[in-house]
Design a protein around this ligand. Structure first.
Ligand SMILES: NC(=O)c1ccc[n+]([C@@H]2O[C@H](COP(=O)([O-])OP(=O)(O)OC[C@H]3O[C@@H](n4cnc5c(N)ncnc54)[C@H](O)[C@@H]3O)[C@@H](O)[C@H]2O)c1
Ligand SMILES: O=C(O)[C@H](O)COP(=O)(O)O
Length: 633
């Protein structure tokens, strides 16, 4: 760590795959060979030689001369190459361009690439030509590139080492690069530290030799407490994804620069407590219970993503008290559940759960007994929310009468009739389907009393949550023949992974269709969820936007004009006044302020001018009743 009062150490950057995302010679080859029949094979051969050289498998000089021989490039290709490379500067270097301009006198680019394309690219970052040390091409009279200047030390093996010796820098040198030749500067004792730069490419031999690994340049600036454009390096944000959400979720988080760890199944409380330390984002589905104990062990948690609809598995109030925002996907699998329920209505009405296993066992049981059409029958929908109301429309479209019951006042769709009481619905329905949510008060919502009120021979479906039904009572009415059948997708105790077995007293009962909680498990739903939830979480992290959070005050924030202070506090009187007192005492200019509270927490966003005294940040952290505080640049 440099002494803050001392000048910055000299920073020696590699160019190819470090300063830029690509290898300049590979790109030159692609441009020069455009339209040639053997383009692909020659470019691939050049790339392979680059990699062998970078990994230290062949000498640098051998790699370079073989590549140049394959290249067939001309001076006229250099202009397009530079224009292309200017769009390929590493993202974190691009966003910290101001740092380079400010400290250009301490920065050198030492590369085995070529001055002809490096100089113009780094010049845009304030780095003068005198700080670019690179090879130079040789040309023939027609302007064809024939090779590289053999007099340049960088064209030889050990060239970077010699170049650093020749530079005679009068202070500590830190080298940042992706290649083995960058490490060799440190190995030769000419640099104090070597940082393996892995934003674009990560070479195991180089990473193994490094003092530090830099997934981005933000990480370097953060470690050295240097000015940076992000408030926190994204590579430090750890995501733990459980229960196998669609691969797109991990892909989106990784694209954002986060570290992602995945666990196929659910974790129990002890397992999750052991894994949650250091995790900033936890992604789960319906199985993993996020309890107060888990939240207490979560020292870095910012947000939880429920990659499903239900959030009853999360202690939402506990999360709120800890300043952890929870997001779900409230509509992404709605249609999938509706389609499954529609299928089950018909399948149960035709007694398929009984007939199918018989057929597989070689028994031909052709009979109309107990089978009926669903047309004209009454479907009782309990819980007329997103799923219940969409099912209502679909069921009417296939000729059913719909009656619904909901504790809340709901928009009546089509010809559906509202039942004033649950009893009224149960007495008239031929099929009853549950679509209430899994809030704790709904534990054993449907039991012996409710089953007794159903018509003899009626059918029952539960695709909502397992714990809302008293399963022994259901098993009893199925055994007694009071119910004609049931389709059950959710259970009070479900296996954590596919490796565990499923135990239930519903197993083996007649005309009972059991499915392994697959109501929302379709390709479409899972893909939608895997895009929806990461988007909400990343917006929250990047902008403070809490729109559609299930436990936080919802604020849709405007664009950020300066720095943004995000303050989560216990909802007690006077906190906003204290925040504003601190801001006033430090003469901070407020550009905008937004506050929303709920019963437990207050959420205050303050946009301020970028110029402010850093002490204000500590003072804001110390405001009484603060739960969490962060700054967005
Ligand atoms: N099987 C699956 O794979 C699967 C997939 C998605 C959703 N779900 C579950 O389906 C259920 C419904 O989902 P949704 O998106 O329609 O939810 P929703 O919140 O839109 O609707 C739930 C409705 O139930 C009502 N309700 C709650 N408790 C009630 C009660 N005691 N009496 C009467 N009405 C009550 C609410 O007022 C609300 O209108 C949830 O439990 C969800 O977890 C299961
Ligand atoms: O709440 C939900 O969306 C469903 O129960 C689906 O849950 P799952 O993602 O665990 O299948």
């Amino acid at each position: 760590m440099p002494d803050p009062a001392a000048p910055l150490p000299y920073l020696v950057f590699d160019f190819d795959s470090t300063f830029t995302q690509v290898e300049g010679l590979d790109e030159l080859a692609a441009i020069a060979l455009t339209g040639q029949p053997d383009q692909a094979t020659r470019v691939a051969a050049i790339k392979a030689l680059t990699d062998q050289g970078m990994a230290g498998e062949i000498g640098f000089q051998e790699s370079l001369s073989k590549r140049l021989a394959l290249l067939g490039a001309h001076r006229r290709h250099l202009g397009p190459l530079v224009a292309h490379l200017q769009t390929k500067v590493s993202e974190s270097i691009q966003r910290n361009g101001d740092f380079f301009r400010r400290y250009a006198d301490r920065i050198y680019v030492v590369s085995s690439g070529f001055r002809e394309f490096i100089e113009p690219v780094v010049a845009a970052f304030g780095i003068p030509a005198s700080h670019v040390l690179a090879n130079t091409f040789t040309f023939d009279a027609e302007g064809n590139i024939t090779g590289c200047d053999p007099g340049n030390v960088l064209s030889r093996d050990g060239g970077k080492i010699q170049q650093l010796k020749d530079l005679q820098l009068d202070g500590p040198v830190y080298v940042l690069g992706d290649g083995y030749t960058d490490y060799q500067i440190r190995e030769a004792g000419l640099a104090k530290r070597f940082y393996a730069y892995t934003e674009n490419v990560s070479r195991p031999s180089v990473v193994a030799a490094a003092d530090e690994v830099l997934p981005t340049f933000d990480e370097f600036l953060y470690q050295l407490k240097l000015p940076m454009t992000l408030s926190y390096p994204k590579n430090r944000i750890k995501v733990l994804l459980l229960e196998n959400p669609d691969a797109r979720a991990a892909e989106l988080f990784r694209q954002e620069g986060y570290q992602v760890e995945e666990v196929k199944g659910a974790l129990d409380e002890d397992e999750l407590v052991a894994r949650i330390e250091g995790v900033s984002i936890l992604g789960i589905r319906s199985k993993t219970q996020v309890t107060q104990r888990v939240l207490d062990a979560a020292n870095r948690l910012i947000g939880i993503g429920a990659f499903c609809i239900g959030t009853n598995q999360i202690d939402l109030l506990g999360a709120m008290r800890k300043g952890v925002a929870v997001f779900n996907a409230p509509f992404s699998n709605t249609r999938s559940v509706v389609e499954l329920t529609l299928a089950e209505l018909i399948v149960l009405a035709r007694r398929i759960p009984e007939k199918n296993p018989k057929m597989h066992a070689g028994e031909w049981d052709k009979s109309a007994s107990g089978s009926f059409e669903i047309r004209g029958k009454t479907l009782g929908i309990i819980g007329y929310g997103n799923i219940g109301s969409q099912l209502s429309v679909v069921a009417e479209a296939v000729g059913m009468k719909v009656v619904y019951y909901d504790m809340a006042e709901k928009l009546q769709l089509g010809n559906a009739l509202k039942a004033q009481t649950l009893e009224e619905l149960l007495r008239q329905s031929d099929i009853v389907t549950l679509h209430i949510d899994g809030r704790p008060e709904n534990q054993d919502f449907f039991g012996a009393k409710e089953f007794a009120l159903m018509k003899k021979g009626a059918l029952f479906i539960n695709n909502a949550r397992g714990h809302v039904v008293d399963v022994p009572a259901l098993a009893a009415v199925l055994r007694s023949g009071h119910l004609g059948g049931a389709a059950i997708d959710v259970f009070p105790h479900e296996p954590k992974t596919n490796a565990e077995s499923f135990e239930s007293e519903l197993r083996g009962l007649p005309n009972v269709l059991l499915t392994p909680h697959i109501g929302g498990s379709t390709a479409e739903a899972q893909r939608n969820i895997a895009e929806f939830v990461p988007e909400r979480l990343m917006q929250y992290i990047n902008t403070g936007n809490t729109q559609q959070s299930v436990n936080f005050p919802n604020i849709l924030l405007p664009g950020q004009p300066g720095h943004r202070l995000i303050h989560i506090h216990a909802n007690v009187p006077g906190v906003l006044a204290r925040i504003n007192n601190v801001l006033a005492q430090h003469h901070v200019n407020i550009l905008g302020q937004y506050l929303k509270t709920n019963e437990l927490v207050g959420y205050v966003i303050t946009d301020i001018d970028k110029a402010y005294d850093q002490d204000v940040i500590q003072a804001l952290r110390e405001v009484e009743h603060t739960i969490k505080f962060r700054v967005l640049y």
